[in-house]
Design a protein around this ligand. Structure first.
Ligand SMILES: Nc1nc2c(ncn2[C@@H]2O[C@H](COP(=O)(O)OP(=O)(O)OP(=O)(O)O)[C@@H](O)[C@H]2O)c(=O)[nH]1
Ligand SMILES: [Mg+2]
Ligand SMILES: [Zn+2]
Length: 290
């Protein structure tokens, strides 16, 4: 029996890479009955038959599971944003950081297209909080080494709205990947959903990086409960427990330490607005759409 990682899944075939070989595998029948579908990122035990064909026998326990994009075992989520077309709504960035943190995954914010727009507003918001931040240009190569250092030796995923440059950054890291990239629709101001499947690429530094399709909605199958949400806004941390009410929602209560910090400019209005929006959606148990 061999042990490997699924790096690609297409129409019922799973492409598995072990230390010594890669194989095109089918899943053993039982997985289908269990409804535990193998995912890209899964560590599996598999057997090989002839000519690098194989069968996945067992899925090893997962660190985390994402439904859309379908991925498992992601240690770092690189949230790619852009202030050039397509412009990224900071709410999307904040929602992704919450999804990452609540799934035992470290978020990294990468502001791309630095050659077109330095994104100072976004930079100001995120450089003042305790989340890794890097600015890159897939066009000029600026910042790419810094990004690679942040993901070294991990399994990670590139996420972000269509057209921000997820695939382009991977190509900038290694031109041999030759990943298809798309142009931006000038009329709609967004990408064209060029990447259609999830695939892990092995970087020269050993990291495994998933390129994913740009999302319109991101689904983890779980909405973070409203009471838990405050813990994923890392800059709220010093104020939690300092409000008049122990169960303070930090939205409108008197003597709220978070609202006080907001008024004093210690918490950014943009981040607070995202908190409020996610809190209200969680209170209604609504899916975290767009
Ligand atoms: N000037 C400039 N253009 C970039 C940069 N990164 C990407 N682009 C361009 O932006 C467009 C979209 O890039 P993609 O890499 O396809 O974007 P994506 O995030 O993979 O998009 P989807 O696969 O649709 O989710 C392409 O025309 C790229 O050439 C950058 O840093 N600077
Ligand atoms: Mg792409
Ligand atoms: Zn409060």
């Amino acid at each position: 029996m061999l042990r490997g990682i699924i790096y690609k899944a297409i129409s019922g075939f799973y492409y598995v890479k072990s230390e010594t070989l890669t194989a095109q595998c089918r899943a053993r029948g039982r997985f289908r009955l269990d409804k535990s579908v193998p995912l890209v990122g899964d560590c599996v035990h598999f057997t090989t038959t002839e000519q690098n064909k194989g069968i996945i026998m067992e899925i090893l326990p997962r660190r985390n599971t994402f439904i859309r994009p379908p991925l498992a075992n992601i240690e770092k989520m690189v949230i790619i944003a852009s202030a050039a077309i397509p412009i990224t709504d900071p709410y999307l960035i904040d929602k992704m950081t919450v999804i990452a943190l609540s799934n035992n995954c470290e978020p990294i914010i990468c502001i791309n297209k630095l050659d077109l727009d330095t994104a100072d507003e976004l930079y100001d918001i995120y450089s003042s909080i305790d989340i890794s931040l890097v600015r890159t240009s897939a066009e000029t190569g600026e910042g790419i080494d810094e990004l690679v250092k942040l993901v070294e030796k991990t399994t990670c995923a590139f996420t972000g709205n269509s057209g921000v440059g997820k695939s382009s950054i991977l190509n900038a890291i290694d031109p041999d990947f030759g990943i298809k990239t798309g142009d931006i629709s000038k009329k709609l101001g967004r990408g064209r959903h060029t990447t259609r499947h999830v695939e892990l690429y092995e970087l020269p530094c050993g990291a495994m990086v998933a390129d994913t399709p740009g999302f319109s909605a991101f689904d983890t199958g779980r909405i973070v409960p409203k009471e838990e949400l405050q813990h994923y806004f890392v800059e709220f941390e010093p104020y939690i427990g300092e409000c008049r009410f122990l169960d303070c929602s930090h939205l409108n209560e008197p003597d709220c330490a978070v609202l006080k910090a907001l008024n004093e400019g210690k918490i950014s209005a943009s981040r607070f607005n995202s908190y409020k929006r996610l809190y209200e959606q969680a209170a209604e148990h609504k899916a975290w759409e767009g």
